[in-house]
Design a protein around this ligand. Structure first.
Ligand code: ADE
Ligand code: ZN
Length: 494
């Protein structure tokens, strides 16, 4: 089937073959800019995609034509589009795209995953007493009115949220809820961390019961939803070394029940990691991964300390490593993944602004960066949201998002066949999502992205211009041919 057959079957509304309006003919009033006009910049020279093609999704053109020249143009444009910053895409399409990507979450606190509304409703249903100041703290926006928040402010909110862990059954139910949400967000593998000490405190629970409640929840959720889950048992820096040891022992005890690593969270500025180093060294001997928070808002050198003394094989956040050349060299040479949580960093003030966030610099420096949510309930984000925000603010392309998700697969605490299966599932899903993204673009959107990709690749301007010119000339000729074909048909039928 040729191109004419394609377009004549698809185009209806604003067909360029229709006679021009009077105002256009007299030129008394300039027509409003057509939605398919390309920007008035040098490479586009204000050209327009002929109306006949304007609303046809690229996927329809691609599938229905056997015109070799059109396929060549489309293939080249699609290849460059995958290299383009996705910031030129409209928000709705970007959101659909990031949701469609199969994702891997490496840094999510179960104890920060329940959104305030759910939390308050759950407490009401279960007869959990919520003092007015707890409700007030929880209901506060994630960011202060003046835009300046600190991690200390956030920890206050985080601690208020711990009131819901009433008993083992509450823990199980809410764990299922959190995993269900991740599965609906198209997360294929989730490493959920939690602090048994923090969760046990409010209602005086037994630490081991907390771990069992979470494990119950994981078992129930993974029966129902298409998602793999592993657990990171986390030590709180605010607590004693003795409690730290208890947590490490529990992590080791439940290693065969889905626990894969030991974490370290809470206030990095106030409580240095050093005294917890022996627990992490024990975790290594016990065959557990080590994923402490480090370099989030504390000294930049904390990242190197975590790698050297805590034997960290992944770093929670780690963004401040950008200010420590030795630490930066270490994460690169030792290939230590950073679990970066962009919205969290902005909302807690760990990064001053999106513009000053070091994600792009770290990515370009070859650091194995990953994107995560940290506390999705309290920050009001999903992993898809995080990917879209990161794409927008850090100018990420489809190819870079693929690298970032693939980094998460590599960094996941999974081994052998489990890891291979996840890699295959994720990479296949990303290819499908990329295909669907392009399929639903208009030609104008595809061209904008393609030129963005050409720029990113450093293609000289005259070559970019030539590609656009040739493609547009081809489309104009095809549109005219289509009009002629219609007229022929009309003559024949007369
Ligand atoms: N616990 C929950 N979120 C945290 C964060 N962003 N930093 C340290 N500890 C945390
Ligand atoms: Zn965290």
């Amino acid at each position: 089937m040729g191109l004419k057959a394609v377009t004549s079957g698809i185009v209806v509304a604003n067909d360029s073959t229709k006679p021009r309006s009077k105002t256009e003919k007299t030129g008394s009033k300039p027509p409003p800019p057509a939605a398919n006009t390309l920007p008035d910049v040098d490479v586009f020279q204000s050209r327009s995609v002929p109306n006949i093609f304007a609303q046809v999704p690229v996927g329809d053109l691609y599938r229905k034509t056997n015109d070799a020249a059109l396929l060549r143009f489309l293939d080249e444009a699609i290849a460059y589009a995958h290299l383009a910053p996705l910031s030129s895409l409209d928000d709705a399409k970007l959101a659909i795209y990031t949701k469609s990507l199969p994702k891997v979450e490496l840094h999510q606190h179960l104890d920060g995953s329940i959104d305030p509304e759910t939390l308050i409703e759950f407490a009401r249903q279960r007869g959990i007493d919520l003092p007015a100041d707890t409700i007030e703290t929880l209901s506060r926006p994630a960011q202060k009115a003046n835009g300046r928040s600190t991690l200390k402010d956030f920890f206050e909110r985080f601690r208020s949220a711990q009131v819901v862990w009433k008993d083992r059954d509450a823990i199980k139910t809410l764990t299922v809820h959190v995993i269900e949400k991740a599965a609906h967000d198209n997360v294929k593998h989730l490493e959920l961390q939690f602090s048994p000490v923090g969760m046990a405190e409010c209602h005086g629970l037994d630490l081991e019961d907390v771990v069992k409640g979470v494990i119950d929840g994981v078992a129930a959720a993974t029966e129902q939803f298409a998602i793999g889950v592993r657990l990171i048992v986390t030590i709180s820096r605010r607590r004693s070394v003795a409690l730290g040891w208890e947590v490490e022992k529990l992590a080791a005890k439940y290693k065969d029940r889905g626990v894969v690593a030991l974490g370290l969270a809470s206030d990095e500025k106030a409580y240095p990691a050093d005294e917890f180093a022996p627990m992490f060294q024990a975790a290594e001997k016990d065959g557990l991964g080590r994923a402490p928070h480090s370099g989030e808002d504390g000294p930049a050198t904390n990242v190197a300390t975590a790698i050297k003394k805590l034997k960290a094989n992944r770093i929670g956040h780690g963004i401040r490593v950008i200010f420590d050349p030795e630490g930066l060299e270490l994460v690169r040479t030792e290939d230590i993944p950073l679990e970066i949580c962009p919205s969290s960093n902005i909302l807690t003030g760990a990064a001053e602004s999106w513009a000053k966030h070091p994600f792009r610099v770290l990515l370009d420096a070859g650091v194995r960066v990953t994107i995560n949510t940290d506390d999705p309930g309290l920050f009001g984000v999903t992993l898809s949201d995080e990917m879209a925000l990161a794409a927008k603010h850090f100018d990420l392309s489809c190819k870079e998002l693929r690298t970032i998700i693939s980094n998460s697969v590599d960094a996941a605490f999974l081994e052998g066949r489990d890891k291979q299966k996840l890699r295959l599932q994720v990479l296949t899903g990303i290819s499908e999502a990329n295909r669907a993204l392009v399929d639903n673009l208009t030609l104008r959107e595809l061209l904008l992205l393609a030129v963005g990709g050409m720029r990113r690749e450093g293609m000289p301007m005259d070559q970019q211009r030539k590609f656009v010119e040739d493609f547009m000339s081809y489309l104009e000729a095809a549109a005219e041919g289509n009009a002629a074909a219609k007229e022929d048909a009309a003559t024949l039928l007369a």
